[in-house]
Design a protein around this ligand. Sequence first.
Ligand code: GLA
Length: 754
Amino acid sequence: MIIINKNKFLLKNSNISYMFRATESGNLEHLHFGAPVDIDDDDALAVRYGTGWGTNNGPEGEEIPMYLPLEWSSLGRGDYRESPLEIDREIPAAFKYSFSRKYDHTVPIECGLPQAHGDAETLEIVMASPSRLSLHLFYTLFDTAVTRRTVICNNTDRDINVEKIMSSMMDILGDYEITTYNGAWIAEMQPYRAPVGMSGVVNESTTGFSSCLHNPGFILSEPGATETDGIVMGFNIIYSGNHYSRVQKTNEGLTRIVQGISPVSFDWILAPGEKFETPEAVMVWSGSGFGGMSDQMHRFVNNNVIPEYWQGRERPVLYNDWEGCMFDFNESKLVSLGKKAAELGCELFVLDDGWFGDRNSDKAGLGDYDVNRKKLPGGLSGLQKKLSAMGLDFGLWFEPEAVNPDSKLYRAHPEWAIQAEDGVTVLGRNELLLDLSRQDVRDYIVENVTRCIDEGKVSYVKWDMNRHSTALGASAHRYILGLYDVLRRIFGPRPEVLLESCSSGGNRFDLGMMCFSPQVWASDNTDAVERCRIQYQLSYLYPLSTIGAHVSAAPHAQTLRNTPLSTRGNISFYGLLGYEFDLADLSPVETDEIKDQIAFYKRYRKVFQFGDFRRLKAPDGISMQVSEGNIAIVGLFHEIVHAAPGYERIYPRGLDMETIYNVFSRRQLLNAAQYGGLLRHILPVKVRPDGALVRTAGRQYRMKDAERECDATGAALMSGMSLNARFMGTGYDPGMRMQGDFSSNIYVITTEES
Ligand code: GLA
């Protein structure tokens, strides 16, 4: 609910109370962001902020903004902290509170930026300046989050240069640590945590896109906050372009948080009568630790960001041909992969790069949409029909925003590509970006992509983008608006086509893309152990339903790690399960293991994709839980085993104390060949580690990993459930876990009949 009481404003949902007021001199004073308060809780707020701050020495008795916690600030008003707005110096930009409006819904953004949707209330604060510029601060209150955005209107009779305009600004009291997520290609989501000091921390992208160098989402937590306790706030922005956030503390102990479009190269000319609308900044608050914050972010993304059609809708188990085939395939190879994928239980076959133009490597063909008839003589529809006869839906890869200079499109329209201003062509992955701020470029993309989708009865699109560019300069924001226009025109009329966004892996893991694309390819790094860490870090800000996660080959192409198939599957469950390697290489044992994995995932898919998510205590490794109703599923992932291991336990959470649950581990099949010559200790015959017997055993013989089953109360389980012992060199026992390095197990805790 949003309450307005004279000059005070309170936004309150079941988690967050957000209060501020307009002072007599027209400043917007921040009063509270956090635990529940009421609009009349003046006493409580006096305890929080005290009185007398910033009331002396101002001109004509005004406050000195420098010492006030504010909701907006302007240059030239005695506030030396970061300003959320920079426009032409000669225009006075001292905004004062004018009036407010309340809506019982979201207020549409008119410039084409995507925005959060669903049940909400909105408060509009209108600020006026003597120069006849006006500012409109929109606060939208959802069940879980508050979003903020800013609109500046030019009511003057001259052009205004907007050099910087933030979506939100807020000053809060207290000491905080900031966590940002940084990285590179195949090394996404590396957390960085640091105290917020007086020098501040900037989280910014300047590659033209949201980028994996610095994911737009970040967290503020009070020192000592844990997974379950303490104040933790999550922030993000619904935008896919250059983003900027800065968090900085002052000498007085106020922390200023600004979020918006990066001002680097930003320059927007606002003509008389025009307005500029910023993207929506998102904030959540939790008094119950990182877990509480993630829970709210997950709910917000699932309920208010991803397209309505896909809310709570289960996602298909897919097979993608990229890592198995790269550019080297033809229809018969794809059909035989399809047969195997269908036999395993996959529901969707995705044809990745290489199906069009002269695209036999990444050097040519991008920008063209004519199907390569040498590879696919029956075209897209020919392949689709064959896959459909096997019960598989058809998915297709596109990279519509870029062009290879060696393509028909570039030869016909070199002027459509974005070139650096100095005229020197700089390629990234042999590509240039197309200028999506041009209507003719957008029309070309919309026309061709929709034709292919419709012709091929495509039910899933992987929308890739492998070229970042600073050459976008001041037109970077126009490019992003162009991208949203293209996505809206293609997928708006086709809501049932599942869109998975990708940008060299996780380079565009952002809420702007998620408004169109309910899932995102998390990383080109498909090594299961690395992926576990990437998915785990993503879970802080994004729900599992958004995280594309595939089982790939072992040894792995990027790390050479030989991760057991059971672990490769188990990790992908904590995301959206898919398979991405040459299925022709599968042994009979591996085929059985994958069938088991897919059947298991399908049975619990709703819990994995949309259940409540928790990061659990795990003394050695990573542990994650999903739960819904009377089912909780705990995954435990180890890296390096150590000799003489002690008792190991899992620590589920959120169970009913008195209910008796049945616990069982997912059945896993082990590759007997991995034990080499050790098999001689359990077999009656002598074996050679590299001999035919071991090799045949590896392909044909299934060894079951130790299974665990028990009944126990929720109270007992939550105090730590002991696991079967691990193998420790003291002889073979079928009751032991026998997996070695990079092992994992999944435990189902349920009151359902198994
Ligand atoms: C990018 C993507 C990959 C794959 C290739 C195809 O790298 O991230 O998943 O689609 O392009 O060229």
